[in-house]
Design a protein around this ligand. Structure first.
Ligand SMILES: [Zn+2]
Length: 148
């Protein structure tokens, strides 16, 4: 896991382990519906902007989640995906493994046209994706000794 928002891979993994423990124990409801596209099948993750507060996770399908984390490397494709979502599309459900490969392939090709999905939502002016920082930054709660 690479550094994100100033939290290094080990820090992020600890937060993920805590999330998994809370979901497994039943103390917290596991994520079941993507906040962005409404997907309820396949792999649904908990996304964190602030890894010091795992309870603030945002449920995201694997497609929205992986693409979100690739936005700095592929900003044009990221914008294209965000627009596709705003227009009301929902990516098809993906398994953990299948989603990773499908998305990685799409990004390598540099084209979102083959993202499998359909129009399932009303068009919206903005989604959670549009509220994310478009450039790398260090979260105020990130440990001070870590570069982003
Ligand atoms: Zn989604």
């Amino acid at each position: 896991m690479s550094t994100y928002n100033g939290f290094d891979g080990a820090y992020r993994q600890r937060a993920q382990d805590e999330l998994n423990a809370m979901w497994t124990s039943g103390l917290w409801e596991p994520p079941s519906e993507c906040t962005v596209c409404g997907q309820t099948s396949g792999a649904i993750h908990g996304h964190l902007e602030d890894y010091s507060r795992p309870e603030t996770y945002v449920p995201l399908c694997i497609t929205c989640h992986l693409i979100l984390h690739m936005r700095f490397r592929q900003p044009d494709l990221w914008e294209e995906y965000a627009a596709w979502i705003r227009a009301g599309h929902r990516p098809d459900p993906q398994t953990q493994r299948g989603g990773f490969y499908a998305i990685k392939k799409g990004f390598l090709v540099g084209c979102s046209n083959h993202w499998p999905g359909r129009k399932s939502n009303p068009a919206r002016r903005a989604t959670y994706l549009d509220a994310l920082a478009p450039v790398r930054f260090t979260h105020p709660n990130a440990p001070a000794d870590q570069p982003f």
